[in-house]
Design a protein around this ligand. Sequence first.
Ligand code: HEM
Length: 349
Amino acid sequence: MFARPPTLYRPFLSGRYLVSAGLYRLGTQPIPWREDGQSEGHIFALDRDYPRFVASKVAAHRRALHEYAGEAGLTPELREAALACIARTLAAESDGMMTWDGRTFRNLALGWAADLDPRRGTVEALGRFAAPLADLVAVVTPVNALDFLGLNAPEDLALIARDPRTGRDWLAAAHVLSPGHWDPRDKLGRDFVAVHTPVAGSGPMNATAPRLVEAMMTRGPFVRFAWGVAMGDRLDHHPAAPPDADRAASTRFDPDGAFLRVERQALTGFPDAHGALFTIRPYTYPLREAVANPDHARALAAALRSMTPEQITYKGLSGLLPELLAWLEGRVDRAGQGQARGHALDFRA
Ligand code: HEM
């Protein structure tokens, strides 16, 4: 079941931190920082980390689903187009572990099957059966079809709508159970610019919002990446979740507790339903794995140095940056000495 290791992405290899669209056409444009440099066509990434996502989502669900998920002015047309797309694509990309026949979605790993009505967004019936990960979902009851499908996917799900008459766009639904220090309730019903206003340096990107919304609805599917350094690998960083070490005032940089958090985001448009699906899949790599050779260390240091003071604060790095940079510089220097002695330049070697 989902034996492949999570793909390793290093978006910092450009050596710059950019707040920009960075859209790659799914399936055709190669991702430069994928370890094998290939293009990729999937929306959902089903790999060895699957149980971890389900466990984290179930914990968030049990703690306070309403803090993570909701709807605002979602039309039946967009609901139907998006739910059918999620169910169909998830099943198609699951290597047979999930199936969808237009009515019943079955997950052989989680041991449950639900009859869904995509237009009304309802779970009409839920059955459970013995399966390897059935224990993970035994304690949770999905409240609607988006919730059910979201619990089956590692990805978080968001639906963006646009009024065909006024051109106004808004976040019409969210099922975001692994947010990176933002609260979905602050974003529901808001437009692209309002959603992104807290992002330091988002002014130029926000100035192109109508074009970006048009692209995500009519020209995709696309994939894009966001990244940061976190002091922990917890998936759920909802501001109202119990605090952990990441972004705590007392937390110091420690290379053994540091992780590169990368979010892979895929955008699929439904022009006839005036909306788009936005999926978010976080990856957390131990920093020692993400920085596997001196080129990685050099590029990450350069990318961190390219951040403005506001961006350093926004990314939660103010208290960590000097020691993080010193550690990266040590990796570059150490490699320089190793090279002089003819040693391999891979820290893992
Ligand atoms: C073309 C589509 C999009 C682009 C180019 C884009 C771009 C970005 C960028 C550059 C950031 C900053 C990442 C960082 O921390 O370094 C960001 C953050 C964010 N984006 Fe998007 N985004 C897009 C679509 C969306 C959509 C559809 C949503 C709806 C949920 C969304 C929600 C967010 C949120 C919640 C944040 C964090 C904001 C905060 O900290 O309050 N984005 N986005």
